[in-house]
Design a protein around this ligand. Sequence first.
Ligand SMILES: Nc1ncnc2c1ncn2[C@@H]1O[C@H](COP(=O)(O)OP(=O)(O)OP(=O)(O)O)[C@@H](O)[C@H]1O
Length: 821
Amino acid sequence: MNPSSNNHTIEPRDLGNASANVSRVNSPQRKVLSESKSQRVFHTPVMADPSTTTLISQVGHKIPEMFRLKQGSYADLPSAKISELMKSTSLDNAPTQSLLSVVNGILEESVEKRNGEIPQRVACLLRKVVQEIERRISTQAEHLRTQNNLFKAREEKYHSRIKVLEALASRTRDESENERIKTEEKKAGELKHTEKTKREEEKENDLKQFENIKKEEKKIHDKEVIRYIKEYIKELEDKNMEISTLKQELESMRKTYEVQCSQLEAKVEEEKKADKKNVIGYVKELEDKKMEISTVKQDLETMKKTYEVQYSQLKAKAEEEKLAYDKKLEDKKIEISTLKQELETEKKTYEVQCSQLETKVEDAKGELKQKSQEYEHLLEKLRNKVIENEAIFESKYHKWTMKENQIRKSMNFQFSYLQNLKLSWESIKQDVMKKQNIYSEECNRLGVNLKPLVDAAENYQIVLAENRKLFNEIQELKGNIRVYCRLRPFLPGQKEKQSIVEHIGENDLVVANPAKTGKDALKTFKFNKVFGPTSTQGEVYSDVQAFIRSVLDGFNVCIFAYGQTGSGKTYTMSGPNNATPESVGVNYRALNDLFSISTIPDATMLPVKSTSDVIKLMDIGLKNRAKGSTAMNERSSRSHSVVSIHVRGVDQKSGSSLHGNLHLVDLAGSERVDRSEVTGDRLKEAQHINKSLSALGDVIFALSQKSSHVPYRNSKLTQLLQSSLGGQAKTLMLVQINSDIKSFSESLSTLKFAERVSGVELGAAKSTKEGRDVRELMEQVASLKDTILVKDEEIEKLQLLKDLKNVYPGANSERIEAASE
Ligand SMILES: Nc1ncnc2c1ncn2[C@@H]1O[C@H](COP(=O)(O)OP(=O)(O)OP(=O)(O)O)[C@@H](O)[C@H]1O
């Protein structure tokens, strides 16, 4: 960059005298003044001291006319002249020396003529001039910085060139091992080294100089900036000179390298010639290889031809396909054109529709407008009504306030009345309290009198319970069949809910005949226990439980449910369908009890180990059990169900053995076939059921009459129950009653039958429990019986032999024996 190209740079010839003033402008004013005095020889105002005129004239030719003060002082200048001087164009065009002389002039004038005072407009001029000088200095500083950067960039450029040269030198080293070259390389290295050290030195010098320049710059900054710039420029020129010298040196180095390269090339040529001989041998080998390659080439040629044939075939095929594709394309184009036509028609239709819609929209707009008018009219009406209503409300409000006043008045009146009432109530209260005291005294007296009566009643209850217990014990001793009666509740879907039962006691039941009236209609039945319709399965079982327990004491127990069809026998014995633990019947509870009471789980005839095992067996039995829907019961059992559990065990402490049977019997229901409306197979079933039940009735009748013959063998049922009914067993009959009025006749006959059953005396139940001695004796008896049996057989045989001998006296005894066997 050429410094003189900038408008604001100071030419070297201007700078010599102006540099000191620039620094003074930047310094505090007082310093400026003192220094300006010491150097007055340069800057005394032109007009004040004629001795300086020569000097001014020396430099004056460079100051534009307008900044030259011909006569008078700056303070005397007219304001128009000052404002003209302050114009940016005038200041820009003025050389720095002129500006500095203006500054000096003003300052000298103010010190010498005006005792340090500067008029306002002159001060403005001074400020402007100083600002301009400052701006120029900062531009110069910027310029210096740019120069510096330029110098650095050049330095880097030289560094990179040196690196390139180094690379060249190293490459040369690698290519030749010749010592001559080595020497040369050394030389080159030395040269490079010298050049490098020279460069480094120069660099160091440059840096030092640069630092010096910086220092000087600092000093000059205080003294003479212009001189520094001059020196700097000179230095720059020197650097340029140095650079050109370096260039020349580099040029000479390049030439040297070129010479070295040509020498190297010559050497390589020589080596090539030496190698040529070897090459001939290689050429021969190459010839052979070429032959091989030509053979391979021929093969390849043949392959190429084959491929070309294939290619031509494929091409022909591709062309055929292309033709077909073109045809398809043509078709598609036709299709597209058809579609376009269709689209066009659609578009037209759509446009027509659009226009129709627009017309409709217009119509709708009209309607909307009309309706909005109507609504506005309505709104107006409503507003009027609101006003009317407001008026009505106002009048009503007035009336209500009047009424409120009236009510208030009456309330006040009633309040006073209430006060009076309260007073009278207080007096009444007092009277009542007195009376209450009297009554409590009388009650106390009565309580004292009543106590003996209460005690007597309590005693009566105890006596009653004892009586019941005694009655039961007597019955037990008699061995009566126990009879529990259970009443089935009305079922949810049942329409008629009129009951024949008048009274349900703990042990008695009163039934009313709907055909009769008065006392004749009522009939009382007594049983060991009566369970009402609300009784639960648990309650029923709690009274059955004792029987189950006695099975394990060696008693035979039979529990059988009897009753008309649909009266709840299966419900009591097994429970409802999908029974829960709360609703399961006697069977399941009894089994649970047996297995929880027993210490010998496998002491059964059947391999059952738990309730669930037996239940599984029972389920099999239930599945086998015939069931059917009748008019009387949806899930009527069409057969008797008998669950027999045989318990055998040995008491390990006492050694006694026992065996007990438990029969859990759910009889099929007795039914009147006219009511159950059964026909066909069902009718046959009903007849069989009724037959077996009547056989049971006959047995019961014979037992109650203490007849010498009891017809057990008339049915399988009575045969099965023989040991429970006739033997010394514990028997419980659960009588099921359906209290429905329609079932009166059936219920009555059931109750009568049950009454008869309860009168049957079986004799005191006997346990089969036997002591150890008895058991051993029994076992001895059994073994003796077995021995007797064997002996009897032998006697029989001997007898037979004897008879045969008598018949055939000459026969051989061995042959007779064989014949008899
Ligand atoms: N105590 C009871 N509580 C609620 N429902 C009962 C009760 N007893 C019986 N039932 C219901 O009455 C209906 C008839 O009962 P169940 O089948 O036990 O009679 P059943 O005497 O065994 O009849 P069948 O002799 O025809 O077999 C069933 O739906 C049963 O669930």
